[in-house]
Design a protein around this ligand. Sequence first.
Ligand code: HEC
Ligand code: HEC
Length: 376
Amino acid sequence: MNGNRQNIWVAVWGTSLCLLLAIAGAWAQSPSAAPTGPKLAEEEFKNIQALKGIPADQVIPSMQFIAASLGVECEFCHVAHANEKDDKKPKVTARKMIEMMMAINKNNFEGHREVTCYSCHRGSTDPVATPIITDEEPRAAGGEGKKPDAAKTSLPAADQLLDKYLAAIGGAVALQKITSRVQKGTLTAFGGQHFSVDVYSKAPDKRVSIMHLQGGDSITAFDGKQGWLGVPGRVHTMSTAENDAARIDADLYLPAHLKTLYQKFSVDAGEKIDGHETYMVVGRTEGQPPLRLYLDKESSLLLRLVRYAETPLGRNPTQIDYADYRDANGVKVPFRWNLARPGNRFVIQIEQVQQNVPVDEAKFAPPSVAPKPPAP
Ligand code: HEC
Ligand code: HEC
């Protein structure tokens, strides 16, 4: 039963058992720790060599990046309950690989992180070194991703697309009239388990989603400043990268705010999503990971959002697909969203939406729990 419950956390947070144990370990310490500048990896963990000097809260995201790049679980390199041990050969190899990757970038790319684990591994432990002969037609000159200039010049401007999206949602005036939103629905994790979910939003940027599991509630929340995750008896304060993502999700007026969130926007042809042609608008700000928005060519609605959490080794992507837009108090609200990360996805289908109803502020604040040591 315990194992089953852990599988559920795995499904929802994109974490494997090993990661949960690592997080649980960090949780046991973090709530009480006074913030005396960012703690370094080697100060919090026992056996850091290659990643010395990175902030401690970047270790787990870096590990997620490694696992996704190689298409493996944590257990491929780690012994359960003992991530510090070096007794699995792949871990020792991986440490050398981290050093190699850093050296490649330092010596060839002026220290810019151009080559990552994924550049070679592409989701496999064994990189392919020989070109593959395929049955497909060779690509047109210019290579993958490079669109001919003619197609580029006929693309609409980003401003225009973002304006159309805002209008399609119902417009800024209608949007600002929404002060709260309460949604009730069902979460389906991959593997087919269903759980009921409640999502409370309050303008401008408070949000909490509560998933009801047999063993208690699993909570993801943003109180307007700080995000946190909660499971019975434990609270985890979000890292900076997690916080940035939670802030985007919590913004009740996101369609109206998008233009102000990034310094620059560019437009490209987007991929087809669920049969709909899209434009891809990319928001960029110096020193931050980009945000990709896929807007329906016909309806102008947002069909997909891809955001990235920066880690020292590479970026961890999260993709959210929005569908089943319905009218609620003059604005269009997606009733279904599908959240996917490498190796994990879940769908939330909303059954009921209420807006402009009172929502208790206390819902967004983390409960003050006495941290329990992780279960043995
Ligand atoms: C391909 C191998 C590989 C995979 C997969 C991997 N790790 Fe690691 N992990 C390493 C290496 C190498 C280190 C040591 C890094 C260093 O020397 O700085 C490490 C260190 C750690 C540490 C620090 C342990 C300590 O106390 O020193 C934790 C915690 C950790 N990993 C958790 C995870 C989690 C959770 C996952 C799954 C999401 C994971 N790792 C996946 C290779 C891996
Ligand atoms: C420049 C290309 C390149 C990069 C970048 C790279 N690798 Fe590798 N890696 C390889 C190759 C090639 C092999 C296979 C070597 C062999 O077969 O002996 C390999 C093997 C491995 C293995 C052993 C797999 C096994 O089956 O035991 C691990 C673990 C690994 N890499 C981890 C990483 C990690 C983690 C990163 C990023 C920090 C990384 N690699 C970056 C090329 C690369």
